[in-house]
Design a protein around this ligand. Structure first.
Ligand SMILES: [Zn+2]
Length: 170
């Protein structure tokens, strides 16, 4: 299903989290506020179990709220769900923060060691400690290991981290 840039941010973020099913549930929540899982299932054509799975996930991510109300017809309690469009911005910022932290960890790892490689594309890099232990022979193919500069990946990580941080300050 197509999501264009004019779609509500709440719908766009839902579709980014989980694809088509999330997209349908999110659109349905915007169309009729305070709907029950059954109402959402019938308006989207999704199975009730799928609707519940999506709702609980969105609830866990604080993107929707649920109010417990008594269904007068049936005599039992049901949840009515509502989108929290005001939370979308927070959610996105939180995701960006997580990504920048992960990138920083990768950069720290690249900075913490020299890496060695045999030149064979199928073989992984080896840290200095591991290279030393194996007398600078590749543990996978046995060829001689040479220092492999990782300046390029360091630079790439730094640039990406800067981008995200700049974007977060906006
Ligand atoms: Zn090798």
């Amino acid at each position: 299903m197509l999501v264009d840039q004019y779609e509500d941010p709440f719908v766009r973020i839902a579709s980014m989290i989980g694809g088509d099913e999330y997209l349908k549930v999110a659109r349905s929540l915007l169309k009729s506020e305070d709907a029950t899982d059954e109402e959402i299932a019938s308006s989207t054509g999704l199975r009730i179990n799928m609707v519940r799975k999506v709702l609980y996930d969105l609830f866990g991510k604080s993107l929707i709220t649920g109010i417990r109300v008594k269904d007068e017809r049936k005599g039992w309690f049901v949840y009515r769900w509502r989108s929290r469009r005001d939370e979308v911005e927070n959610f996105i910022e939180g995701q960006k923060k997580k990504i920048s932290e992960r990138l920083q960890q990768r950069l720290d790892y690249e900075n913490a060691s020299d890496f060695y490689h045999c030149g064979n594309e199928d073989c992984p890099r080896v840290t200095f400690e591991d290279a030393l232990e194996g007398f600078f022979k590749c543990p996978s193919c046995g060829k001689v290991l040479n220092l492999k500069k990782n300046d390029k990946s360091k630079k790439a990580f730094s640039v990406k981290i800067d981008e995200i941080r700049k974007d977060m300050r906006k």
